[in-house]
Design a protein around this ligand. Structure first.
Ligand SMILES: Nc1ncnc2c1ncn2[C@@H]1O[C@H](COP(=O)(O)O)[C@@H](OP(=O)(O)O)[C@H]1O
Ligand SMILES: [Mg+2]
Length: 468
């Protein structure tokens, strides 16, 4: 199946697409019913010789419910089944997940802005000393609520990082916190219509303390090999978040132990690579002086998403649904396979991954570029869209990686054409519950098989002499 571009010469030249457009018009990709859409499914394959078929992939959200801004995703009828069954699988889940992550990113942006203005007293420490903020609990509550309301009648299982107990303990020790969370959650849910999730809007008056606590507490699933489990890291890279730097909102769906869809919201990772080197505070300052440039969206972050087996991954800018979906585009890993030209990513914090071991590997493989040190799963996003070629993580011995720190990013990289395994070259196993148990030494994500093979061989060659 291929797509014809709606509204341009391609569509006019394609009778199959035009006829289908008259019969069943669905905005495959974020357009309104009145026009402005980019894609329309054409039933003729490339081999059947549609003269105008550009080599475009159908957008993965195309087979789901209509995506006009303000429409209720859940209450409107499903799109006609022009997509093949395999392609349509999980399309509603992916559509909802993208909208939910968009809303969560918007919530985070508000909290981060306030946090940077107000200072460190807004940042709390968890039992393991890692930071946590209003955003972590608020996103978890909002996502939990939105998923439950979007899939009524289903038992929605969610594995997520935060828990109610730590929120209540914090409230007891350091003062009012829950009210800030309730207010952030309601602020987020009030935007449901703008993101096309009207059916998931909160009741009049908003959610109360009890409902917010319940929503957070519902995310206590432990995952595993059976059934469906949503996997959420509400704010991945909280240290980056509190420092005004990169962080991610990560949502994945595991079905039968396999990651079947992944959505990664990266609020400070702009759509255009050339803006990457600028700190996001600079974008905001620049946007104030030149609002026209801001309207172009160059300063905003992005949301990436993929569905297992589709062989493609997509990216859209942050923002309400209609505009964001209209600006979506596919992403692909880099084609660089010469180590001398490749860039590798690693965590900023050397406590989270050995910089020394990675530097040794880089030398032995012939990587010459400076490492790209980035907080959070934004590293996976960088690989998926070709901003870097390699991501390596070697935690200290005994550290157990959690599924919410990897599930969404791994799938997006794989579907964008990359390879992700443990450092022994084996696939990551997301079927074992909360932890990525059985992981051999570390995690290696690469844009291609050749670089991946070189890194894996280098790990083997140097592991015994390392202190890991
Ligand atoms: N000692 C450790 N070793 C490896 N990873 C760790 C770690 N301590 C925390 N992490 C994980 O690393 C994540 C941050 O990744 P990175 O270092 O790449 O930015 C944290 O996510 P959270 O910030 O969501 O807690 C946390 O899950
Ligand atoms: Mg995390």
């Amino acid at each position: 199946m291929h797509l014809c571009s709606l509204g341009g010469a391609a569509e006019l030249n394609c009778p199959a697409a035009a006829a289908r457009a008259r019969r069943t018009w669905w905005p495959g990709h974020g357009g309104s019913r009145g026009g402005g859409s980019r894609f329309l499914c054409c039933s003729r394959s490339l081999s059947e010789g549609c003269p105008s078929a550009p080599r475009l992939h159908p957008h993965p959200l195309g087979g789901a419910a209509p995506s006009g801004g303000g429409a209720s995703l859940v209450s409107l009828p499903r799109a006609p089944s022009y997509t093949e069954p395999a392609v349509a699988e999980y399309s509603k889940e992916l559509d909802v997940a993208v909208r939910v992550v968009q809303m969560a990113c918007s919530l985070c942006q508000g909290v981060q802005e306030a946090l940077l203005g107000r200072g460190a007293d807004q940042v709390k420490a968890k039992e393991d000393d890692s930071p946590v903020t209003v955003a972590d609990w608020s996103v978890q509550a909002a996502v939990s609520w939105l998923l439950a309301e979007s899939f009524p009648g289903e038992r929605v299982s969610i594995v997520a990082e935060e828990d109610v107990r730590s929120l209540l303990e914090e409230e007891e020790q350091t003062g009012p916190l829950l009210d800030s969370v309730v207010s952030a959650v309601n602020g987020c849910l009030r935007e449901a219509a703008a993101y096309g999730l009207t059916a998931a809007a909160p009741p009049e008056g908003g959610l109360g303390r009890r409902e917010v606590l319940e929503a957070i507490g519902r995310c206590n699933s432990v995952g595993g090999p059976e059934g469906r489990h949503w996997v959420l890291d509400p704010v991945d890279g909280t240290l980056g978040f509190v420092r005004g730097d990169q962080y991610a909102v990560a949502l994945a769906l595991i079905d039968g132990g396999e990651v079947v869809l992944g959505v990664l919201g990266c609020p400070n990772y702009p759509m255009r690579r050339e803006w990457l080197d600028y700190h996001h505070r600079y974008y905001r300052a620049a946007a104030r002086v030149a609002p026209a440039a801001a309207a172009g969206g160059w300063h905003r972050g992005c949301v990436m998403y993929a569905r297992r087996g589709a062989g493609e991954a997509w990216m859209q800018p942050l923002g309400p649904h209609r505009a964001a979906a209209a600006a979506a585009r596919p992403v692909r890993v880099s084609t660089v396979d010469d180590p001398a030209a490749a860039t590798f990513c690693e965590p900023v914090e050397k406590a989270n991954s050995s910089h020394a071991f990675a530097a040794g590997l880089a030398r032995s493989v012939g990587l010459r570029n400076r490492p790209l040190r980035v907080y959070s799963m934004v590293k996976y996003a960088a690989i998926a869209r070709g901003d870097a070629e390699i991501f390596m993580k070697f935690g200290r011995s005994g550290y157990r990686e959690k599924i919410w720190d990897h599930a969404a990013g791994v799938l997006i990289v794989q579907e964008a054409g990359g390879v992700v395994t443990d450092a022994g070259g084996r696939p990551l196993d997301f079927s074992r519950g909360i932890f990525l148990d059985g992981l051999d030494r570390g995690i290696v994500a690469c844009s291609g098989a050749s670089l991946h093979a070189k890194i894996i061989a280098a790990v083997d060659a140097s592991w015994d002499s390392s202190e890991l």
